[in-house]
Design a protein around this ligand. Structure first.
Ligand SMILES: Cc1cc2nc3c(=O)[nH]c(=O)nc-3n(C[C@H](O)[C@H](O)[C@H](O)COP(=O)(O)OP(=O)(O)OC[C@H]3O[C@@H](n4cnc5c(N)ncnc54)[C@H](O)[C@@H]3O)c2cc1C
Length: 409
């Protein structure tokens, strides 16, 4: 198959040597592995349309949009410009157990960064350079899909094109606690807890600050779906609180405190001569390490016999199991949030097309928009769906124009 270069990339100050890489799905990836910017090159057989869709970002939304546009309008030229590793988050998501609706990966390539964007006379001009100081090359496109995730460069492109940006803040992260004894429980999981987030700065009652679900103790604090959900709902308030607050955990959400007390009292009567660290009500479903943690927090020695524990202490243990406070001192140790809240406000795009209300033929999809979902695949779904809708709109627009052209001919 032969290839032809096109008008779409203009070179300013870079080698004029051109290397190209194509995919059989018909769109291109710009790859610096060859140390050259790959110009738009298309199979001769497809050289019927001069229109180009440039996609900034080879992530979930960008790839889905690119493939969809090309599927609907096979004659459309499509270039995906990716500064890093394509679909990298799809590969790492969920530690191999990703919550994705579906997905497939393509060959690993790396790329260059789109640094500037402007619109003029119905065209978009993108400035591309490897580093901020690199010479810039330009791509002129008829359609532009910004699918740059939560990268600051992507936000900058959107604002260069007139969009506003809601300040991005981390979302979906773990909580750091300063409790050395809790750290010893690293790896302990609780299949179902009720966790309530309290922040000094938030006086209003936020229903979503209480979540029910699995929790995990890590060597730096608390994690698991219930904590990630709290971090998502509390993303902005946690940010403004400097990630300081309290999580109150009910380890027995299905039991009333009076039931917990009765279980402890019955256990005491049955095991008077046993050490408190050696036996506890099996209905609690707790691991022994955590039971010892509770005894320590209550100031009880594991060597005490059940017979020596007064009833008011049993009441305090029951209260602790139902209302165990953990001070949050920060967000996850590795700053490893999964997504960012913030980005281009949804009010600035048409959700049924993903087209900008500021520029026609400009589309935005995925995390560049002010959308952040809780865990469970919602973030990828947002990216796939947005990319699909944008790609469908662009493809349909191109096909319709092509058909109108045929009618006129
Ligand atoms: C560790 C981790 C695990 C996750 N697990 C899940 C999960 O299990 N389920 C789920 O639903 N979500 C998960 N997410 C969130 C999910 O990955 C993102 O919401 C989703 O990838 C967003 O898709 P996107 O296409 O908008 O952005 P991205 O996938 O981030 O893609 C954007 C791409 O654009 C490129 N780019 C940015 N700026 C430029 C530029 N100026 N020029 C060129 N290229 C640029 C970036 O390099 C990137 O490849 C996880 C995230 C992380 C970090």
């Amino acid at each position: 198959m032969s290839y032809t270069s096109t008008r779409f990339i203009r070179h300013f100050g870079l080698s004029s040597a051109i290397a190209c890489s194509t995919r059989d799905i018909g769109y291109l990836l710009i790859t610096p592995a060859k140390q050259k910017l790959c110009t738009a090159a298309f199979p001769m057989a497809q050289k019927g349309s001069e229109e180009l869709l440039a996609v900034v970002g080879g992530g979930a939304a960008g790839f889905y949009g690119a493939v969809r546009a090309k599927t609907v309008a096979p004659k459309l030229n499509v270039v995906v410009i990716e500064k890093g590793t394509p679909l990298s988050k799809v590969k790492i998501s969920g530690g191999g157990r990703c919550n994705v609706t579906n997905g497939h990966c393509v060959e690993k390539v790396t790329g260059k960064t789109v640094r500037t964007a402007s619109a003029n006379g119905g065209k978009f001009l993108l400035g591309i350079g490897k580093q901020a100081t690199s010479p810039i090359e330009y791509v002129e496109a008829d359609y532009l899909l910004i699918a740059s995730g939560s990268s600051s460069q992507g936000f900058s492109l959107a604002s260069q094109l007139g969009h506003s940006i809601i300040d991005p803040v981390p979302s979906l992260f773990t909580f750091k606690t300063l409790d050395p004894q809790l750290a010893e429980l690293s790896g302990v999981t609780f299949p179902k807890v009720n966790a309530k987030l309290t922040l000094e700065s938030v006086k209003r009652n936020v229903q979503q600050f209480t979540q029910v679900g699995p929790m995990l103790v890590t060597h730096w604090g608390l994690s698991g779906p219930v904590i990630l959900r709290l971090s998502a709902w509390g993303a902005r308030d946690l940010f403004s609180s400097g990630y300081k607050g309290t999580v109150t955990v009910d380890f027995m959400p299905d039991l009333h405190i009076e039931d917990v007390k009765s279980m402890l009292s019955r256990h005491k009567l049955q095991f008077l001569k046993q050490k408190v660290s050696n036996s506890y009500p099996p209905e609690f479903g707790l691991v022994k390490r955590f039971w010892k943690y509770i005894l320590d927090r209550q100031g009880l020695s594991g060597d005490d016999l059940w017979s020596s524990i007064p009833n008011n202490t049993l009441t305090s243990v029951a209260f602790l199991l139902k209302n165990c406070d953990f001070g949050i001192t920060g967000k996850g140790q590795f700053k490893d949030e999964f997504v960012k809240a913030g980005g281009v406000p949804l009010s600035e795009i048409s959700l049924n097309t993903m087209e900008s209300k500021i520029h026609s033929d400009l589309f935005l999809a995925g995390e560049v928009l002010n959308v952040d979902g809780v865990t469970g695949g919602f973030n990828f779904q947002n990216a796939w769906s947005g990319g699909y809708i944008a790609g469908s709109t662009i493809g349909t627009r191109v096909s319709d124009a092509h058909l109108r052209g045929l009618d006129l001919a």
